[in-house]
Design a protein around this ligand. Structure first.
Ligand SMILES: Cc1ncc(COP(=O)(O)O)c(C=O)c1O
Length: 283
């Protein structure tokens, strides 16, 4: 049984309980982060903690911990679960209060964190790529906040799974924004392209890593709008996240992307990403 963190204590998952009046339970009133851990070390920790702080500010939940306290809590939980590669989930809700939409005056946020083993995507997926479908983006207009209320994302992802696809690529007003649980990259006219940050998408940490690697290794890249019709013209499409890393989409809406195989820019970026991870492991 994994060890989890709840409000200042580490304990076995089955012993961790949250009161039913917690606003996270009643309203989905909370924010979260998922931090990949390689070789017992959290990847891009300060960037994840900055995004957490931004999400908390946006939804007006006071940050219950300093950066140093977060770092200690996270490392403690990683160690309690045996180090190695993990996917560390943490969430902060507005805490317990009588049910009322209005914000409680002095919230006592609930802090929960857990860890799961992190396995890299299977070789077969990297060799063949995945299927994705396009769907209308039915989410709210503040997608830059990493909110725990994920019902639209859940329904979108399930629609994709029901169609035999692994991910949904979301379209809003004719533009592709991101995946249901990932960011979007396309190789278009020889340039690696990803939609610009803003309220339509989550500012993914993996997305930033990829843009940095592209800049450092001379891969032509840009942050620019991606129209729905650009997807059909793209030589490559990828989806990215902390746990999926970089996945090539080789079939979109039942049509082959490019030649239907993971492309050369993906292969180059995948190798760079793995080298980056290896450097973290080596300290
Ligand atoms: C909607 C959405 N966009 C993008 C991402 C990728 O973000 P990151 O690279 O920080 O994991 C996620 C991750 O879960 C997500 O849920």
């Amino acid at each position: 049984m994994p060890i989890v963190h709840l409000n200042g204590k580490n304990l076995p998952a089955e012993e961790a309980c949250v009161p039913v009046l917690d606003r996270g339970f009643i309203f989905g009133d909370g924010v979260y982060e998922v931090i990949p851990v390689f070789g017992g070390r959290p990847f891009r920790l300060s960037e994840h903690l900055q995004r957490l702080e931004n999400s908390l500010d946006e939804v007006r939940i006071p940050n219950p911990h300093s950066r140093a306290q977060w770092a200690a809590l996270i490392q403690d939980l990683i160690d309690a679960n045996g180090g190695g590669d993990q996917s560390l989930y943490l969430q902060v809700t507005r805490g317990q209060a009588p049910r009322d939409h209005a914000l409680p005056e002095n919230p006592a946020p609930t802090v929960f964190a857990m860890s799961n083993p992190l396995k890299p995507p299977a070789d077969e997926i990297l060799e063949q790529g995945i299927k994705a479908i396009t769907l209308d983006d039915i989410r709210w207009t503040r997608c830059h906040i990493k909110a725990t209320s994920l019902l639209p994302n859940i329904l979108l992802r399930q629609t994709a799974l029901d169609a035999g696809a692994a991910e949904a690529i979301l379209i809003r007003d004719g533009y592709a924004t991101e995946g249901a649980a990932s960011n979007l990259f396309v190789v278009l006219d020889g340039q690696l392209t990803t939609p610009p940050k803003g309220p339509r998408l989550l500012p993914g940490i993996t997305r930033d890593v990829i843009l940095e690697l592209a800049a450092a290794h001379g891969i032509p890249h840009r942050e620019a709008d991606v129209r729905r019709e650009d997807l059909a013209a793209a030589d490559e499409i990828w989806v990215t996240s902390s746990t999926k890393e970089i996945l090539p989409v080789t079939t979109l809406d039942d049509a082959a992307v490019g030649n239907g195989k993971p492309g050369p820019v993906f292969k180059k970026m995948y190798a760079l990403y793995q080298a980056n991870k290896a450097a973290l492991r080596a300290g």
